[in-house]
Write a protein that binds this ligand. Sequence first.
Ligand code: PRP
Length: 174
Amino acid sequence: MAESITPLISKEKISTRIRELGAMINQDYANSPVMAVCILKGGVIFFADLVRELTMPVTCEFLGTSSYGSATESSGEVKLTLDITHPIEGKNILIFEDIIDTGLTLKYIKKLLMARNPASIKIATLLFKPESLQVSDIKPDYCGFEIGKEFVIGYGLDYDGLYRQLPYVGVFKK
Ligand code: PRP
C-alpha cells in the first residue's frame, strides 16, 4: 500500500494553542528569567513558535537526542547527540519537545539536567500520548494536544527524516 498522510491538527489550531500556552507560561513565570531548551531535532518548530510568545527574559539553548532511527516505534535507547553550551545551575529551565511518547527521552534528559542543579525544570510539549507513556515520573507542565497511539508527522515530527516541514500534524501510514 502507498504511504498516506491524514491531517490531524491544522496549522490554525496549532497556532491558536501556541498563543494559549504562551499566555499560561507568561503568567506562571511572571517576569522571572527562563532558559528555554529546545530538544532537537523534532522540537525546533514548536520551540521557534512558542518562544516568540514569551515576554520574560529568555535565553535559548539546544540539546540533541535521538532514539527512533528510522522505525515508527521507540527503540527505548536514548543517545545524546548535542549538549547545551551554558551552565544551568540555579536557572529555571523550560524544555520544549514536539512529542512525549514513551517518555524515555525526557526521563533521560531530566536526569541529565537535574544533576547540574537547576532551580527548576518544566516541560512544554506540543503533543502527548498518555496511552504510550512507559514512565511514571514524566508529565508535561504545558501540553498542546493529547493524542492517541497513532504515528504522527509534521510540525517538526519526522518519518525517516522526512515531513518535519509540514505546517500541520498528520497521521502517517506506510
Ligand atoms: C522523538 C521526539 C522526542 C522523542 C519522544 O525524537 O522528538 O524527542 O522521540 O519519544 P519518547 O517519549 O518515546 O522518548 P527522536 O529520538 O525521533 O529524534 P528527533 O527529534 O531528532 O526526530
